[in-house]
Design a protein around this ligand. Structure first.
Ligand code: NAD
Length: 259
């Protein structure tokens, strides 16, 4: 998708990866940018507005665990912009000691955000179609034992997003879906891993985790925004160490139809 003149909604836009993605997006002459996040970063928002006077940039408070917040944020954005073309679900939490919250933020919240966005974007409901980008993780591609709950939530998100990209849905709604699976990226999410693991006892996994190479958030962001511009509906992209690679997801089951 050519981003010039487009209206973009970014959930988690004040986070480590989110801020870098916003900067990339703002280089594309987008028309409007709505940042949905838990807490406003007024200084960063003011800087973006000053440097980009031709883009309508605004903040909507949203706790993604609250359906009413999600509905209010999209409603206010639709009223202000008329429509939006791209939604990036980029909120996230990695803390396996908070089981319910991990599922609520990384899976249930993104499902609710996606379905609410679709209400406005779906061509069959008077929308214009567009693209929904869900940020999963490499932990959403394979089991990551140290963070079993986070890995389960992200795996659920990968599968949900791929299911939403079904060509039958796409033909109906005109809304495409891509799944982004970053590898380790240097943000606050990775801080203090030892106190966020699934179990409290010591394993060699924490030491290994701390040795895993990390990419810079700006490298991840560059590839994410490029994916918005170039990826096909249904693509699953692994963004690892500054590279972007489309993942060929295996077909495990082919249903046998009766006559
Ligand atoms: N950093 C990594 O190594 C890495 C790797 C793979 C995937 N990811 C994913 O990338 C995305 C961005 O993560 P990040 O590394 O920038 O982390 P981050 O902690 O810097 O940013 C997370 C963002 O989510 C927002 N958020 C948290 N709880 C929320 C809530 N209840 N409601 C609304 N927003 C909420 C935060 O305010 C913040 O803006 C997440 O989905 C994360 O799971 C990160």
């Amino acid at each position: 998708m050519d981003l010039t003149g487009k209206n973009v909604v970014y959930l988690g836009g004040f986070g480590g990866i989110g801020q870098k993605c916003v900067q990339e997006l703002l280089q594309r002459q987008i028309k409007a940018l709505a940042i949905f996040d838990l807490v406003e970063n007024a200084a960063v928002l003011a800087e973006w507005k000053n440097k980009n006077p031709n883009t309508d940039i605004f903040y909507q408070k949203l706790d993604i665990t609250q359906k009413s917040d999600i509905e209010a944020a999209y409603k206010a954005t639709a009223e202000r912009l008329g429509h939006f073309d791209v939604v990036v679900n980029g909120s996230g939490l990695m803390n396996d000691r908070l089981i319910e919250l991990t599922i609520q933020i990384n899976l249930l919240g993104v499902i609710n955000s996606t379905l609410t966005a679709l209400e406005y974007m779906d061509k069959a409901k008077g929308g214009r179609g567009g693209l929904i980008v869900n940020i999963s993780s490499v932990a959403g591609l394979q089991p990551t034992a140290l963070m079993a709950i986070y890995s389960a939530a992200k795996t659920g998100l990968t599968t949900f997003t791929r299911a939403m990209a079904n060509p039958i849905y796409y033909a109906h709604s005109g809304v495409g879906f891509i799944t982004i699976c970053p590898g380790f990226t240097d943000t606050g999410l990775l801080e203090d891993i030892g106190s966020k693991t699934t179990f409290t006892y010591e394993t060699p996994m924490v030491a290994m985790f701390n040795k895993i190479q990390r990419q810079k958030p700006e490298d991840c962001a560059r590839n994410l925004v490029r994916a918005i511009e170039t990826a096909q509906n249904g693509a699953v992209l692994m963004l690892e160490l500054g590279e972007s690679q489309e993942v060929d997801m295996p077909v495990m089951w082919k249903p046998q139809l009766s006559d």
